[in-house]
Ligand binder design. Structure first.
Ligand code: GMT
Length: 373
């Protein structure tokens, strides 16, 4: 099948899911065309079945805001016609689903039918999409997609509740490549921590809803019990605040800020625990990425996280903002090597239901149905 994937090319979860999906589908023989403003970060090599088409937005002084959707929809039309694309799969509703609908209409004008599938990822509904300034446009693009998917049952419920849509929503959870654990080359833990130190990791875009200060507060409590290092991976608006917190709370020496990284698998391969105290998380892909490396996850009991992390098995779910409980649960995992080992094994076991080979067929089935409509 010839498929266009529209997504964000950045380190965010929706871009990662879209990229991993495209890479996997191309390996299965589908011809994949990514259309976005930059080459997606996880794509290193393009192949005859894996293409990237950049969206250029020429700046013009009259515009206060440059019209990205316009450039994107025109680019979609161009690529669809040039490569005889059969299907359009857009990730993250804003503004991709809206732009995709416009390209669909432009193509219809020329007698070309192009089915579109919209995958909702989270904040495109919960934080941004339900805002009164965007809501109508998001409702409209959902209604006009041939199929709509959401990455968790929780997000499906949120979409129905917040956007009041009666369109059927197919839940296709995010997925993970289980062979990652074998593939990722183990880098020397001792570059970052000493042999006997525990390594705790947090990865996010450091937005307020990730509650990065909670990560530091939990870490501070764990540090009272063990010799431990914290690795903070990612970049975003709360980073400066987090760095200040480390200085004023005397944990500066024990916390390493790495910035955005393409070495996430390597870092996770020697991590002992993962913290994700988010306010809201429609799925929490990063928790799954930790679990595949046998890293137990202590996280908030919110959104789709309970669908990913099994309380008391692959980690623990704690109330949002409950620093004490998160610290206590983390300590309970780390304090006994046998318990820690059990949680590590169980974290990996839990991933099996998200095996890429089991999940992606659901997208392929939907593609097949969409092109027949
Ligand atoms: O977490 C973010 O803010 C990034 C965002 C994105 O779209 O890139 O992540 C969302 O999509 C991910 C992939 O489906 C999910 O794993 C994240 O839970 C979701 N984020 C939120 O719901 C806050």
């Amino acid at each position: 099948m010839k498929i266009v994937i529209v997504c964000y090319p950045t380190f965010g979860g929706s871009g990662v899911v879209a990229t991993e999906l495209g890479l996997y589908l191309s390996k299965k023989g589908h011809e994949i065309h990514f259309i976005t403003y930059r080459q997606p970060v996880r794509i290193q090599n393009l192949t005859p079945l894996l293409h990237f088409h950049e969206v250029h937005v020429p700046t013009y002084d009259l515009f206060k805001y440059q019209p990205y959707e316009l450039a994107l929809s025109s680019r979609i039309v161009e690529i669809v016609k040039k490569h005889k694309i059969e299907l359009l799969h857009v990730h993250y509703a804003i503004p991709h689903a809206y732009a995709a609908f416009m390209s669909k209409k432009m193509l219809e004008d020329e007698g070309i039918y192009l089915p579109m599938i919209t995958t909702l990822h989270g904040t495109d509904i919960t934080l941004v999409g339900s805002h009164p300034f965007y809501k109508r446009a998001v409702q409209f693009s959902i209604k006009n997609s041939e199929f709509v998917t959401a990455v968790s049952n929780s997000l499906k419920k949120d979409t129905v509740r917040l956007l009041d849509v009666d369109k059927p929503i197919n839940v296709i959870p995010n997925f993970i490549d289980l062979s990652k654990i074998i593939n990722s080359k183990i880098i020397n833990k001792e570059i970052i921590a000493s042999k006997n130190q525990f390594v705790i990791t947090h990865i996010s875009n450091f937005r307020p809803l990730k509650r990065v200060i909670d990560v530091l507060k939990v870490f501070k409590r764990i540090r009272k019990k063990f010799d431990v290092k914290l690795i903070m991976v990612g970049d975003g608006p709360e980073k400066l605040k987090a760095k200040r917190f480390c200085k004023t709370n005397d944990i500066n020496e024990a916390v390493i800020f790495l910035g955005n990284s393409n070495e996430v698998d390597q870092i996770l391969s020697f991590s002992d625990l993962f913290l994700l105290p988010s306010e809201k998380e429609s799925f929490g892909l990063v928790a799954l990425e930790a679990m595949v490396h046998g890293v137990p996850v202590v996280c908030s009991d919110t959104g789709g996280l309970p669908e990913v992390v099994e309380n008391g098995y692959s980690g623990y779910l704690c109330p949002v903002g409950d620093i004490n409980s998160m610290a206590e649960k983390s300590i309970s995992i780390l304090k006994d090597p046998e318990i820690h080992e059990r949680f590590k094994k169980q974290a990996f076991e839990s991933c099996k239901k998200f095996d890429i080979n089991k999940i992606v067929v659901n997208y392929e089935k939907l593609y097949a149905r969409a092109i027949k409509i």
